[in-house]
Write a new protein. Structure first.
Length: 161
């Protein structure tokens, strides 16, 4: 694949994750009491609802901040992957094993059907994997590079050998 495309995809992925996470975190914070209450009604989560009510939007905000700079982007992509994996796993659990399916996603995402929501989550999960792969290919598995240019790419490829 073209190196310039490999450079752009992680950037686009980071922007999409920042938009997604800040949007959903803001919605959860704005409607905090409802978010906390719904978490309390969910299977498995119930007794941890208060902790998760604070932890989930905090993790989304922290991931967004990590995604904003090249020096922490890899950690942001890893945390994005872990968040999406957790959300997707729990969503699949809910669809297959829960009788009642309350949605506490926030904003327009709450209007998706369960099937659409699973596809949405899996898209972002795969996007995080692809962005991590391309980001590692460009940077040569380091976080030292603070900007992309052809000389850095050549050095990174040489460092991998």
């Amino acid at each position: 694949m073209n190196t310039k495309i490999k450079m752009v995809i992680p950037d686009i992925a980071c922007y999409l994750f920042v938009l997604l996470f800040l949007y959903t975190a803001a919605n959860k914070i704005w409607k905090f009491h409802n978010f906390e209450w719904v978490l309390g009604t969910l299977p498995v989560i119930g007794k941890y609802h208060l902790l998760l009510a604070y932890a989930i939007p905090s993790a989304e905000i922290i991931s967004s901040v990590l995604l904003l700079t090249n020096s922490t982007r890899k950690y942001g992509l890893i945390s994005s992957f872990l968040l999406m994996l957790t959300f997707s796993t729990y969503l699949l659990f809910m669809v297959f094993y829960a009788k009642d399916l309350p949605c506490n996603c926030g904003g327009v995402i709450s209007h998706l059907s369960w099937g659409q929501h699973i596809i949405f989550n899996l898209f972002f999960l795969m996007l995080s994997v692809i962005a991590l792969k391309f980001d590692n290919d460009i940077k040569g598995f380091t976080l030292i590079n603070t900007h992309h240019n052809d000389k850095d790419i050549v050095r990174a490829k040489q460092a991998k050998r």
